[in-house]
Design a protein around this ligand. Sequence first.
Ligand code: ADP
Length: 226
Amino acid sequence: MPRIPVKLVTWDEIVEWSWGLAEKIMDDGYIPDVIIAIARGGYVPARLLCDFLGVENLLSIQSQHWTEAAKKDERALIKFEYHINLSGYKALLVDDIIDTGESVILARDFIKKYWSPKELRTATLQWISPVAKIKPDYYYLEVKEWIWFQYPWTRLEDVTQFIKRIIETEFKNNARVQWNEKELEEAFYEWYGITVDKKYITKAINMLIRKGILRSENGILRYVTQ
Ligand code: ADP
């Protein structure tokens, strides 16, 4: 059993889910004049919805809550608070997933207050209903048990953070500082239960070396403790 429930999401699934979401919006008769992507998770679904719904106007707002994969940061905030005038526009706010819902609530309230669209609706590919503080106007999949969705656009970032967590925990619990790539690959599978292209493990290790978290000595990887 993996220690953290993770589902690997493929690009094909993203396209399929975005089609499903677009159809729900179309069936409801909502025709947005502008789509607003919540950065960063909403970018790909928002761009696909522009294509599938035939919408030309695409804007973005950065609402940030989670700073590390499957780990929650304390607060959500709007980065780069710019003000524009959307009066007369019917808008659709798009994100990948509603987990707590805080990022979407924050972005929605900010847009309503400072951008004044004629109408604003929300759409996400997924909605984790038991933990979410809001239900989006449109969603494609309802998730009934919390899980970390490893989306294709954050593969390297997630794999890097997941490996970092393994190394830190093993150091804390067993004072382990030494690894090789194969051991990390095996631990990754054991912890998260997903198989990623080996290239991501290698690139994640390189990233941790660049960040000074690991040091490579003749194929041996050492955790650099502070
Ligand atoms: P919201 O619930 O409004 O999406 P959160 O603050 O909970 O706001 O999450 C913000 C972002 O963090 C999401 O848009 C997504 O990119 C990422 N995220 C949160 N929960 C998950 C999850 N369970 N799986 C994958 N990504 C997630």
